[in-house]
Design a protein around this ligand. Structure first.
Ligand SMILES: [Zn+2]
Ligand SMILES: [Zn+2]
Length: 119
């Protein structure tokens, strides 16, 4: 493949915006990718910023889910454990604690599974 702007010169890569072949003279490096010099540098830069922001966004969402997972998980285990421990003394009330704990563990698992989607 040859440069789109100089048909006699072999291309070294493609512009990320228009996918045209570029020779060393026409290629500009923007954020580690190639762009048509003085033509698509801005477009490619905007594209890269957008991509970077999306990656950052999904990492943040994932970390929120993982934080919820460990919080609900710990509190759930504590409730179930407390209910189990107090079962002989509290009776039905202890069962309520355990039910709440199971519900929290369920929420923890749901958060974990949801968070895994954002890898
Ligand atoms: Zn060229
Ligand atoms: Zn271009």
């Amino acid at each position: 493949m040859n440069c789109f702007y100089h048909s006699a010169v072999p291309a070294i890569g493609l512009c990320k915006h228009c996918q045209r072949g570029l020779c060393p003279e026409c290629a500009a490096v923007v954020d580690d990718v190639l762009a048509c010099q003085n033509r698509h540098e801005d477009e490619v830069h905007k594209l890269e910023v957008l991509t970077a922001r999306n990656i950052l966004q999904s990492e943040r969402v994932r970390s929120v889910y993982m934080k919820n997972f460990s919080f609900y998980g710990l509190v759930g285990i504590a409730f179930v454990g407390f209910g189990w421990w107090q079962l002989d003394w509290l009776g039905l009330q202890a069962l309520l604690f355990m039910a709440l704990g199971v519900f929290l563990l369920y929420a923890a698992i749901a958060n974990y599974l949801e968070g895994r989607k954002y890898k």
